[in-house]
Design a protein around this ligand. Structure first.
Ligand SMILES: Nc1ncnc2c1ncn2[C@@H]1O[C@H](COP(=O)(O)OP(=O)(O)O)[C@@H](O)[C@H]1O
Ligand SMILES: [Mg+2]
Length: 376
């Protein structure tokens, strides 16, 4: 069997750049060299694509960690299927020169957040006609946009928390009306968050009007559209989903945040939020979470994988679907792979499965006609 030529992308133009490097270290650590020829591609915080042009076993990831970017060379792929693979860009006296550096059968974007998880990169990979791990353009962008996501969930009858979406312009010019509308929607606490972000950046728990003003201002720094949500006295339950047309759900897990909600600090600074697997919840609730997770996954047309997060109301046991993460944290100790491990699929086998699903999805997509044929 020929080896699979796998491009692993990490870093990225995102607030979750560093989290991506951590996930990539785990992924690269388990790729079986007898199965894969791996090309590491690092994307800088500014969006430059970099790789190693020499064969001498240099790790792009380690160079990026060390900030030694001068050891790396600019590379790129074309959104042109007739020029497949990864091209190196070399400076010559005559200008920049392109040469084919590596073929790519599959790309694994180990990227979180903007320009990696939101459909933009997926658009480029679709244009290039290369197989890639994870959801396509639509699933990725619906998973990223919390505003439209809520509306889609409602259309499918999937329970979500009461939410309103306001524009930055409304926050700036019509604040009193926004405050009044929010207070009419639900009592405090309310949560404010930017529509398109992750890692709890710009998320505020607002316990009164002054907090709400501050929360709105903060969220509006990060996005043009801001969500205001009823605050749930919540336990945080997460389910891993894996598959293409017949997705499977893992056992649910629970996060116990180290702070009063699962903030950026609780996620990445304290490093002592606890994961409990399986979540100690009634069997009925677990089944409901698994079923809703698969429904949401299908509703937004996910593929490959997603981690589906819920808020479980401590006061009345209601379960609300909070969000879908199409490229969830992927270190060996992250919730997504841990849940599969607990469901009988260890980390290295999970990575192999994701690559296989990417190839399967590409083969399925290749059945689609790209030009008109009469009859049929
Ligand atoms: N409506 C809500 N009620 C209670 N807690 C919430 C609510 N919305 C968000 N949170 C808290 O904020 C955290 C981050 O919000 P989330 O919507 O998951 O955004 P992100 O994409 O940044 O993870 C959640 O994990 C939870 O702790
Ligand atoms: Mg979240």
């Amino acid at each position: 069997m020929d080896k699979i030529r796998l491009g692993v992308l990490f870093g990225g133009r995102s607030g979750e750049h560093e989290i991506s490097l951590r996930s990539a270290r785990s992924v690269l650590g388990v790729l079986d060299p007898s199965r894969y020829t791996v090309t590491q591609i690092g994307i800088t915080q500014e969006g430059a694509w970099l790789a190693c042009t020499a064969e001498t076993g240099r790790s792009v990831l380690e160079a990026m960690w060390a900030g030694k970017l001068d050891m790396l060379s600019p590379v790129g792929i074309f959104g042109d299927p007739t020029r497949p693979g990864l091209y190196a860009i070399q400076k010559t006296a005559a200008g920049e020169m392109l040469s084919l550096l590596a073929g790519l059968d599959v790309v694994f974007p180990v990227l979180h957040g903007t320009f990696g998880e939101d459909g933009t990169l997926q658009g480029l990979l679709e244009m290039a006609d290369v197989a890639y791990v994870g959801a396509g353009v639509l699933g990725s962008s619906l998973g990223m946009d919390k505003g439209v996501f809520q509306a889609v969930m409602q259309a499918y009858g999937i329970p979500v928390v009461e939410t309103m979406v306001v524009l930055r312009g409304e926050v700036q010019n019509d604040l009193n009306a926004v405050l009044a509308q929010a207070e009419q929607m639900a009592p405090y606490p309310l949560f404010t968050k930017p529509a398109n972000l992750g890692s709890s950046v710009g998320v505020t728990k607002c316990c009164g009007r002054a907090d709400l003003v501050e929360g709105l201002m903060d969220a509006a720094r990060y996005d043009r559209r801001v969500l205001i949500q009823r605050g749930v006295n919540a336990r945080e339950i997460e389910v891993s989903v894996l598959g293409n047309d017949q997705p499977q759900a893992s056992v649910p897990g629970e996060v116990i945040p180290s702070r009063n909600f699962y903030s950026y600090e609780a996620k990445y600074v304290d490093d002592n939020s606890t994961l409990i697997i399986p979540a100690p919840i009634p069997a009925e609730t677990a089944e409901q979470a698994r079923s809703l997770a698969v429904q949401a996954y299908k509703a937004i047309d996910c593929a490959g994988m997603a981690r589906v997060d819920f808020l479980l109301d401590k006061d009345n046991g209601s379960l609300y679907l909070n969000e879908v993460n199409t490229l969830p944290g992927f270190t060996q100790i992250s919730m997504y792979p841990k849940l599969w491990e607990a469901s009988g699929l260890p980390y290295p086998a999970l990575v192999d499965r994701l690559v296989a699903l990417a190839l399967e999805r590409k083969a399925e997509r290749d059945q689609t006609l790209r030009k008109y044929e009469a009859g049929g």
